[in-house]
Design a protein around this ligand. Sequence first.
Ligand code: ADP
Ligand code: GLC
Length: 480
Amino acid sequence: MKKILFVASEGMPFIKTGGLADVVGSLPKTLDKEYFDCRVILPYYSFMDQKWKDMLEYRTNFYMDFNWNRCYVGIFECVYEGIHYYFIDNQDYFTDLKPYNGMPYDLGRFAFFDKAALSILPTIDFRPDVIHCHDWQTGLIPVYLNSYFQENEFYRGIKTVMTIHNLKFQGVWDIQTVKDIVGLPDYYFTPDKLEYHRDANLLKGGLVYADAITTVSETYAEEIKMPYYGEGLDGLMRAREHDLRGIVNGIDYDEFNPATDKYIYKNYTAENFRKEKIKNKTALQADLGLNMDPKTMLIGIVSRLTDQKGFDLIAYVMDELCQDSVQFAVLGTGDERYENMFRHFAWKYGGKVSAQIYYNEALSHKIYAGSDAFLMPSQFEPCGLSQLMSLRYGTLPIVRETGGLKDTVEPYNEFEGTGTGFSFANYNAHEMMATVRYAEKIYYDKKRDWNKIVDRAMAADFSWEASALKYQELYDWLIG
Ligand code: ADP
Ligand code: GLC
């Protein structure tokens, strides 16, 4: 049995801010259980839903040297849907109201988390063959493994994979502070290791020391070798291109299933969506205070509200788009300027635009099911899961051709009768608007063709099966 350990800062169903949690919550379940014993380590956030906290069992605690102190490391555990989870507890670090609170605070807590995640392994009696790290919060794991932990035979020979879910976040702070907190010698703070434009960069540490690097789509794996998407690390990505692979994410097909979804108003399938899906739309319109018109095209947006997601394009042409016969259902939280932008449009176009500025799992499913189209004009998108959820619910994605959006949405070709959605190439508001209007035209004037696109969208397979095989190959190759 090969042992794989996931270490991450969030994971469904315990804690989620974005797609990382979906991946950490669904990929381990999909790995072949006959060959892989895959376990997961997460922080014990005190603000986790009580329902989940009640499920966890206290296992033990010990003290660990960290940041010039002896720090408490508590271990909780549970088995959920066949996967063994461990939670690292320290009330000095994980008691805020949300997982991420900005630097340099996050630096300290995730450095602690990384060292603790390695330190608990003998105690929980699990020696992984491969540690699979996710994003900058776990970037120090390959570095610690290379340094401090090499003295202990238990750790020698453990391989590491670093997966980039988002290259924009790297965990960067000044070298002196980082050195003090993480307790690594000067040797590690040179430009070929953690140093990055005179600062220290935790993700870079992970990318330099990991045995393999992956990211969450093939296109993004190519893009990050170029300056526009490389976030200052394109040189390193080029240098390590032989160890870098793009493996597209899947989604949990049990959780996101219009035939059984408990959150939506009316279940439907690929066979009966022509009659049943619309009931989700009218119920959603009623809930959100939109004009109750089943014929009007409803465009959904469910997103973190950050500049990554292309909201500047929407801001630019929203007034024009609102002259059309369309409605928008927006659910999201994030940067204040985008929150206020959507609140403003909801006020200005009451009945046509709804802005729900909070996080809500149930409403997100209702929007995936009830909308006709889903707009995601991202500036960059490592993979994107929302468009996959939309496809699964027969809600046609309108996306910019970047990263995973390019790899998962096939643009409609009216001459060949192919495609699962609509897309445009350049980060340009008028290109986006023209694409939305093209979709409107098909929706209103060629309803039969629209429904055939829905047929293809719902038939597309973005379950985890194929991608899980690729991860398994990678683990096998690393273990040798
Ligand atoms: P990212 O990870 O960059 O945020 P993804 O498309 O990969 O983007 O994943 C976003 C995930 O977060 C999806 O599961 C989406 O439904 C969910 N999500 C984002 N914002 C909200 C919200 N306000 N309420 C509920 N779910 C949300
Ligand atoms: C990141 C990316 C998103 C990706 C998700 C899961 O949050 O922004 O594109 O789908 O991670 O890999």
